[in-house]
Design a protein around this ligand. Structure first.
Ligand SMILES: Nc1ncnc2c1ncn2[C@@H]1O[C@H](COP(=O)(O)OP(=O)(O)OP(=O)(O)O)[C@@H](O)[C@H]1O
Ligand SMILES: [Mg+2]
Length: 454
């Protein structure tokens, strides 16, 4: 790792002599002739270590040290002192100097001291990088999923979030579109600035317009005061337009203009307001079909859909179910103060077999009610809502439309086995497969189901 050092000393000979010696050690070295110049250079950033004289015209070395320690703690500062000024060296150490050297400077000692300080600095930087990485992982962690489509979504979010590009999130109700929008904001440079959400379907068209763009006092009956719209509130941040497929044509035109020109006026206002907003929109409608029908403007669609993130329905990524079950069980067990051991096989196979028309939201609600209802430490079939239980009726195996062949096989084997009270020979006979085959399949399945236990 290459480091940048800053040497601050008003004596040119010393400054240049030290710089030369440290450059020979392989460091990048910059110099400053007094405290003011040194502080200016330091504020521009990317300095890893400072070596400063104490007595200088303008800002003294001691003041410089104070500034650095309060602005950017963790950057080592080595202080140079003249003969007989041990006290000032002690003061400097108290303020937070890494170490001090007395003049005339012993170059070997300086070189060694720098190496040690920088090794420390490298550790600090590494630790910070790891912490940032962890922070990033946390952002995704709110979105649970390890299936191939979810991994692809995480990848797209990571790549698209840092830019300013508009993102359109599509997918059925309850698949997690809002979570994706949150993650985009959190992983973008706009985190820390507002993330403003507008639920477009919930508002009548006239209200939506003033919600988005704001209004001037008296612009319509009831506009008793000037009001800033969501576009203004979201300035420098992200605006999440939920259910974008529901907005009417006149608002579509206005939105298009903001997207193109980054400018708008409040309702009833003359003043043109500039705005720096990143748009993330979501819809569970098929916008292409809406364009065909003449309900949605194609030009707006293209502006919104610079990056598309499609979140598939849960029934198309059943691999995520075990992990989601585990996470929701943990969450609701903690919330309800219950000690749960997990979920039994029968209940699990119900959850697996169901087609989840309400997607993750439905699964989450289902797990909440199961946790509340259950009496024992294990969630069992009886704790599940009747719609789910119906798929496991005695004597019948019901497989929802959209279930894959591999999945159907699992359900058939599980349910037959449970119907025959766990008798494996009988099950193999009824299903007309070898016992070894049955054992192998059960072992495979058993393993993959194991993950989901609490
Ligand atoms: N992958 C996931 N991991 C964890 N929780 C999830 C996941 N997907 C969705 N959820 C949860 O499911 C619920 C619905 O998610 P969300 O509101 O993001 O869905 P949506 O796609 O915006 O739905 P709608 O179209 O109805 O607005 C929320 O409680 C959310 O926390
Ligand atoms: Mg939503």
């Amino acid at each position: 790792m290459k480091f940048k050092l800053l040497i601050v000393d008003d004596e040119r000979n010393i400054r240049e002599g030290l710089a030369e010696a440290l450059q020979m050690d392989g460091h990048d070295v910059e110099t400053a002739a007094d405290g003011n110049e040194g502080w200016k250079r330091f504020q521009r950033g990317d300095i890893d270590l400072v070596i400063t004289d104490l007595r200088m015209p303008g800002i003294s070395g001691e003041e410089l040290l104070k500034h650095i320690c309060s602005e950017t703690p963790g950057i080592p500062v080595i202080v140079l002192t003249g003969h007989g000024t041990v006290e000032s060296a002690v003061d400097a150490m108290r303020i937070g100097a890494y170490d001090f050297l007395t003049k005339p400077v012993n170059l070997d000692r300086l070189s060694l001291l720098c190496k040690r300080a920088l090794a420390n600095r490298e550790l600090v930087l590494k630790h910070r990088r790891l912490e940032e990485e962890l922070e990033q992982r946390k952002k995704f962690n709110a979105i649970i999923g390890t299936s191939a489509p979810m991994r692809k979504i995480f990848d797209t979010i990571s790549r698209a979030a840092p830019s300013r590009a508009s993102i359109l999130i599509t997918g059925e109700s309850g698949v997690g579109k809002e979570l994706v929008a949150n993650a985009i904001h959190e992983l973008s440079p706009r985190r820390g600035k507002p993330l403003i959400k507008v639920h477009c379907a919930a508002l009548a068209s006239s209200i939506l317009e003033s919600e988005l763009f704001g209004h001037e006092k008296g612009s319509f009956t009831g506009a008793v005061a000037r009001r800033r719209g969501r576009f203004e509130l979201a300035n420098e941040g992200t605006l999440f337009l939920d259910e974008i497929g529901e907005i009417e044509q006149n608002i579509q035109i206005k939105l298009l203009r903001v997207l193109q020109e980054k400018k708008f006026e409040r309702l009833g206002g003359e003043e043109t307001i500039e705005t720096d907003v990143r748009i993330v929109a979501a819809t569970n409608k098929d916008l292409k079909a809406e364009i065909e029908k003449g309900n949605f403007r194609e030009d707006l669609y293209f502006r919104l859909n610079v990056v598309n993130i499609h979140v598939p329905p849960l029934r198309e990524r059943k691999d995520d179910i075990p992990l989601l079950i585990t996470a929701f069980l943990k969450e609701f067990a903690a919330e309800n103060g219950k000690q749960l051991e997990g979920i039994d096989d029968k209940a699990r196979s119900c959850l697996y077999a169901y087609s989840w028309p309400g997607n993750v939201r439905e699964l989450r609600n289902c797990m909440e009610s199961a946790v509340v209802m259950t009496k024992g430490p294990l969630i069992s079939e009886g704790d599940l809502p009747p719609t789910l239980r119906a798929s496991n009726d005695e004597g019948w195996i019901r497989i929802p439309v959209g279930t894959s062949l591999a999945e159907s096989e699992k359900i058939i084997i599980r349910d037959t086995l449970s119907n025959l009270k766990g008798n494996k020979s009988k099950t193999a006979e009824v299903l007309n497969i070898g016992r070894k085959t049955l054992h192998r399949k059960l072992a495979e399945w058993g393993e993959s189901m194991e993950e989901a236990k609490l």
